[in-house]
Design a binder for this molecule. Structure first.
Ligand code: NAD
Ligand code: DAU
Length: 355
């Protein structure tokens, strides 16, 4: 089995579903369930013994030691993080705590677990760190996309905390030989995305007839990847990636934010027309994000060349599926908005033993 951290979050939940469906292998899912953790995203696994959920903090060393000793996972896939740039501007402490101290705690636990492992378990063990393109900073308009050799120039408390975690992972390999892998991915979108991030927020606000807040001039560029393609990239890197290496993951889909918002409006106009007129009437330019990075773009050729990975979705197919998913899953959205999703733990897990 594998140990996944943060498996109740957006990408983690997609990964847990994808992993069990494609490998059949069990997952221990360690997640403290912050506001971003939503076990309802994993409701389709209720009663499936291959999903073992443990509510706990990655800063809790004793708990991690116990999970590693009891379950002897052959890999740790580390998603758990504070992930929202805007929140990191308002309250950076939680980002340093979870992203830096939490990653440190996991690395130390993994190291002490891995060192005495007998062969072949020892050689097979992997620590896969899931990171972001934001560690590279902001690209000038005509500069080439980020390669794995690009300088680290993080600009927000979030990206600085992720950069720090990447450095710790690198050092634990270099100094202690821990078999690590790191992936730095661009912006994800798709099912189960918490509606405080750009794409789900725009869909949900449009359907509610609320303003669509576009920061600054809306010309900041992000490079979008459908979340299931990120999951397949992690599976490939975990299976065949070279220990100690980092791999950039992206879909070659650079788009200015305003284009994303207009595309969502056009898809909603087609799929759920509003008698009041096009959803684009709701677009509202608002005050910019402080320190807002202007452009991210990923060069994913290393992953393609070395591991033959390619995304399955184009932006056009992925965004259509995503808008469809939000239209078909109004209940999931409503329970996030009302806060009812937080009751799921009490409802579903009160009579289950924690591992
Ligand atoms: P998310 O905010 O949706 O989910 C994070 C999950 O981690 C939540 O379930 C939360 O409860 C859990 N968590 C937070 N603190 C924890 C702690 N101390 N102990 C245990 N669990 C904790 O995040 P996401 O968008 O799914 O991102 C997952 C990972 O991927 C992060 O490491 C992020 O930096 C990285 N990433 C995200 C994107 C993106 O576009 N969302 C792109 C590249 C990389
Ligand atoms: O690049 C990868 C990163 O992508 C991940 O590491 C982060 O965890 C993830 O949150 C995401 O960060 P961004 O800051 O790029 O995502 P967000 O959805 O918050 O914003 C995307 C862009 O849209 C960004 O330029 C800010 C802008 N934006 C965002 C919101 C929420 C708006 O214009 N209006 C909004 O209301």
């Amino acid at each position: 089995m594998i140990l996944v951290t943060g498996g109740a979050g957006f990408i983690g939940a997609n990964f847990v579903l994808d992993w069990i469906a494609s490998t059949g292998e069990p997952v221990i899912n360690l997640d403290v369930l912050t506001y971003a953790g939503n076990l309802e995203s994993l409701a389709s696994l209720a009663g499936d013994s291959r999903h073992l959920f443990v509510k706990g903090d990655i800063c809790d060393r004793a708990l991690i030691d116990r999970l590693l000793a009891e379950h002897r996972p052959h890999a740790i896939v580390h998603f758990a993080a504070e992930s929202h740039v805007d929140r990191s501007i308002h309250g950076p402490a939680a980002f340093v705590k979870t992203n830096v101290e939490g990653t440190f705690t996991l690395l130390e636990a993994a190291r002490q677990h891995w060192v005495p492992l007998p062969e072949p378990e020892r050689s097979a063990f992997r620590f896969h760190h899931v990171s972001t393109d934001e560690v590279y900073g902001s690209l000038p308009p005509t500069a080439a996309p980020f390669t794995e050799e690009h300088l680290y120039e993080p600009n927000s408390p979030y990206s600085a905390s992720k950069a720090a975690s990447d450095h710790l992972v690198r050092a634990w390999h270099h100094t202690y030989g821990l078999p690590v892998l790191t992936t730095n991915c661009s912006n994800n979108y798709g099912p189960f995305h918490f509606p405080e991030k750009l794409i789900p927020l725009m869909i949900v606000n449009a359907l509610a007839g609320k303003p669509l807040p576009v920061y600054g001039d809306g010309m900041q560029v992000r490079d979008w990847l459908y979340v299931k393609d990120h999951c397949s990239a992690i599976r490939e890197v975990l299976a065949r990636g070279k220990v100690g290496e980092t791999y950039n993951v992206g879909g070659w889909n650079e788009k200015p934010n305003i284009e994303i918002v207009r595309t969502i409006c056009a898809l909603l106009d087609e799929m759920r027309p509003d008698p009041a007129g096009s959803y684009s009437r709701l677009i509202a330019y608002v005050k910019d994000r402080p320190g807002h990075d202007r452009r991210y773009a990923i060069d994913a050729r290393k992953l393609e060349r070395e591991l033959q990975w390619k995304p399955a979705e184009t932006f056009e197919t992925g965004i259509r599926k995503t808008v469809r998913w939000y239209l078909d899953n109004a209940e999931w959205v409503a329970r996030v908005q009302s806060g009812a999703y937080r009751d799921w733990v009490a409802t579903n897990y009160s009579d289950r033993a924690v591992a």
